[in-house]
Design a protein around this ligand. Structure first.
Ligand code: ATP
Ligand code: MG
Length: 256
């Protein structure tokens, strides 16, 4: 297989004496969705914060297109093509869709004036490409649905050059229909073929619907990995629960 866009080897993160990540390997290939799964506290967010330049690892190495990369700040990670969509999305509800899309990266003319019409058109067109026709980008983000906001954050990351798109539980706060809308957006990004996606979720069905590869974390370590072909339903459920048999957990529940 071709060299992945991003590879991490032996990534470790200690907070004082506590090991949140204990040596994790991961590959992200263009055109693939890589599901990152694991129970609460498994280390998923810690891992992506390292990839996003928020935390520095205590050991291990990130490689971008085969070359070692060190992200001291989120700006470094972003410049290397890592686009992160956090659960809270970092959107300002009172500001327009367009202003959120270009937040801090506005297009200006030679006199320093904002090119509003051009930015409106770009925001609209970029969101349309991955699934939503939000006709009026001058409206406040507060008028968008949760799913549309996810799509806005994803479109923004792509427009500003993400080659690895990290999505931290993009479907968790949404109703069923909107969840499908976000999965459709992810599918469209995947189909472009030039972007690799890390998809963090606690939802087995969603991972099944769109992931090519799976990595399971528990207590900061990789406890399993595979593809749609190599993993069945029971195995995914077991690994998502940190290696516990779901039948045992269900038995426990029944005996309360
Ligand atoms: N800044 C920090 N300082 C100390 N401990 C931390 C810090 N951030 C995370 N941890 C610990 O590291 C472990 C992994 O946390 P992390 O947030 O990465 O888990 P997660 O897999 O994202 O869980 P969840 O599914 O609940 O979001 C947890 O035990 C957490 O308490
Ligand atoms: Mg988390």
């Amino acid at each position: 297989m071709a060299e992945p866009y991003m590879r991490v080897k032996g990534l470790e993160k200690k907070f004082g004496p506590f090991t949140a990540l204990g040596g994790v390997d991961l590959e992200v290939h263009a055109g693939e969705v890589h599901a990152l799964l694991g129970d609460n506290g498994a280390g998923k967010s810690t891992l992506i914060k390292i990839l996003a330049g928020v935390h520095q690892p205590t050991a291990g190495q990130i490689y971008i297109e085969g070359k070692p990369a060190n992200f001291r700040t989120p700006r470094d990670a972003s410049a290397a093509g890592i686009g992160t969509v956090y659960q809270d999305l970092a959107l300002n509800q009172l500001m327009s869709v367009t202003r959120n899309f270009f937040m801090g990266r506005e297009l200006k003319n030679a006199f320093g004036m904002l090119k509003m019409n051009e930015m409106d058109k770009i925001a609209h067109d970029e969101m349309l490409k991955i699934g939503i026709d939000f006709s009026d980008p001058t409206q406040a983000v507060g008028t968008m649905s949760g799913g549309q906001r996810q799509t806005l954050a994803i479109a923004r990351a792509i427009y500003f050059g993400a080659k690895v798109l990290i999505l931290d539980e993009p479907t968790s706060a949404l109703g069923q229909k909107q969840q499908m809308g976000v999965l459709k957006t992810i599918q469209k990004v995947r189909k472009r073929g030039d972007i690799g996606i890390i998809f963090i979720t606690h939802n087995e069905i969603h991972s099944r619907l769109i992931a090519d590869r799976f990595t399971f974390l528990a207590l900061g370590k990789v406890i399993g990995e595979g593809t749609q072909e190599t993993l069945d339903h029971n195995e995914i459920r077991r690994l998502m629960a940190g290696g516990a048999e779901m039948a045992d957990l269900e038995q426990e529940l029944a005996s309360v």
